[in-house]
Design a binder for this molecule. Structure first.
Ligand SMILES: Cc1ncc(COP(=O)(O)O)c(C=O)c1O
Length: 371
């Protein structure tokens, strides 16, 4: 069998399962745009641009200015000649935002999780990972060659038992999304922190979607070692990832993480956009945008803790039909199916943004109710 024949067979298998996917152009600058192939108008409820900062004038202007000053690319890895002053400035702003000593930038959030977990995992280390963690955490765990134990979703008793069963001298890591990307629910961060402190486990928190919190209470546990992973690509409207924490940990990341060392530095324009976005998020305007986002979430699912709202339908075919029916009404709400989510939990995944209008969110709420 040639490679072309093999790939064709693999593709046929995916198509047969009705899981074949391909990117589809959405010509948009914000929630409204035109969807290929026919250019039909649609409103997206699928983006992670939670505060609408991809379009914020200060964010866009900062990217323009960086392009003019440093050009399009960084041209090299950070440790060679790819570091520009804007990278260090952004790292300082991210560290201050996270209340950490230092932050380290990566090209993406995905690369950050790979870099962090391979730096602190390793043979002889126990890594405990929530069963619904993001793919980049799962891959980071695999790549680390640590002993990985997956604990039941948000189950503190299960996690405590796994930590307690480990030999006393074994190094331990607990890794979790703080807001889960397909369910929009939150991890019990304060309880996890207390558990980690008790077992001297390093807590790795992936806060990629934590635009509305939870804001962890970490100061109460001075003996706790914690690393906070984030992305520049969602709330901050740019592209890139970072980890924030004590300098002794982040400096080791710089020296060990292959997804930091052997890759080109983020573009100056992305770094400048993210820096401007951190400024917006931490300002009164940022508080207002978060308040607006929270109010929009209330319109769709009162009391829900995040802008990611799953509507679990279970059956794959039914979920596809529901997504297509919404698209007929000009609403782009993706159907999320296995292997992205567990079998039998196919769902529509709504992601709201402060950039949505009240009318757009009300129209969605009506359409979902009618479904
Ligand atoms: C929880 C979580 N972590 C990490 C990532 C990866 O971030 P990035 O898109 O910046 O690679 C994502 C989503 O993409 C995510 O949902």
């Amino acid at each position: 069998v040639t490679w072309l024949e093999w790939a064709d067979g693999e593709g046929a298998g995916i198509r047969g399962a009705k899981r074949w996917r391909a990117p589809r152009d959405f010509d948009a600058a914000g929630p409204e745009g035109k969807l290929a192939p026919d250019g039909r108008p649609a409103v997206s409820y699928a983006s992670n641009d939670y505060l609408g900062l991809t379009q914020h004038p200060a964010v866009v202007a900062a990217a323009h200015a960086a392009l003019d000053r440093w050009g399009a690319g960084s041209g090299s890895a950070r440790l060679i000649v790819g570091s520009r002053p804007i990278h260090a400035e952004l790292e300082a702003a991210l560290a201050a935002w996270r209340g950490a000593q230092r932050a380290v930038l990566f090209p993406t959030g995905f690369a950050t999780n790979l870099g962090v977990l391979t730096t602190f995992g390793g043979p002889g280390v126990l890594v405990c990972s929530d069963e619904l963690n993001h793919a980049s955490i799962i891959d980071g765990c695999r790549l680390s060659r640590a002993r990985v134990e997956v604990y039941r979703h948000r189950d503190l008793d299960h996690l405590a038992a796994l930590l307690a069963a480990a030999p006393a001298d074994q190094r331990r890591v607990v890794v979790t999304d703080s807001v889960f990307s397909m369910d929009g629910d939150t991890a019990p961060v304060d309880e996890l922190a207390a558990l980690c402190a008790r077992h001297r486990a390093l807590l790795v928190l992936d806060e990629a979607h934590a635009v509305l919190g939870p804001e962890p209470e970490l100061d109460a546990l001075p003996e706790l070692a914690v690393l906070r992973v984030g992305t520049l690509s969602k709330t901050l409207g740019a592209l890139g990832g970072f980890v924030a924490g004590p300098a002794v940990l982040t400096d080791l990341v710089v020296n060990r993480a292959r997804s930091y060392i052997f890759t080109t530095a983020p573009t100056p324009a992305d770094a400048a956009a993210a820096l401007a976005a951190v400024g917006v998020v931490r300002s009164s305007e940022g508080a207002q945008l978060k308040g607006r986002l929270r109010a929009l979430v209330e319109r769709v699912r009162p009391g829900h803790p995040s802008p990611i709202i799953p509507i679990v339908l279970g059956d794959e075919a039914r979920t596809l039909v529901a997504s297509a029916a919404l698209l007929e009404q000009g609403m782009l709400v993706p159907a999320i199916r296995p292997p992205t989510v567990p079998q039998g939990t196919s769902r529509l995944r709504v992601a709201l943004s402060a950039a949505h209008t009240d009318a757009q969110v009300d129209a969605l709420a009506h359409a979902l109710a009618a479904l």
